[in-house]
Design a protein. Structure first.
Length: 146
């Protein structure tokens, strides 16, 4: 509902959609409801994410398999979401932009993009355990809803 494109504005044009991030493996671009027939009428539909590819577990994400960028490059992500091209901001340029806004900021968490947690206690094993617990909980929830 947040994007309601006007088909006549897209028809026969190259389109660049800008979003804050591309996180979940949900359809976008030509095949999704938010761009619908408008993107289908465009010549090219490019999507720019104003952040790097998200790769870690965070709020409202059950497993790593839900991250569209997991084990995929930008070209593969574009195919998955129905865009002609996906462009990500680099982590270095994101950090530079944040520091430009506050030069005193020297350390911040970028774990959602690089998997490096500043606490030092989040290991691949811990993440695997969390994911396994979530998969079991999802299966139990599905059994209850049957």
């Amino acid at each position: 509902m947040k994007l309601n494109p006007i088909a006549s504005e897209f028809k026969g044009k190259n389109v660049l959609l800008v979003d804050d991030s591309i996180v979940a493996a949900t359809p976008r671009g030509r095949s999704s409801s938010w761009s619908g027939s408008a993107a289908q009428q465009s010549l090219f539909c490019h999507l720019f994410a104003a952040s790097p590819a998200s790769l870690c577990l965070r709020i409202d994400m059950q497993t790593r398999t839900e991250f569209v960028a997991r084990n995929a490059d930008a070209e593969q992500v574009a195919k998955k979401i129905g865009a002609d091209k996906v462009i990500y901001q680099t982590l270095d340029s994101l950090k530079a932009a944040v520091r430009a806004g506050n030069p005193k900021l020297t350390h911040f968490c970028s774990a959602c993009f690089d998997g490096v947690y500043p606490t030092g206690d989040v290991t691949p094993e811990v993440l695997q355990q969390i994911e396994e617990e979530r998969l079991i909980a999802r299966e139990e929830q599905m059994e209850l809803n049957i």
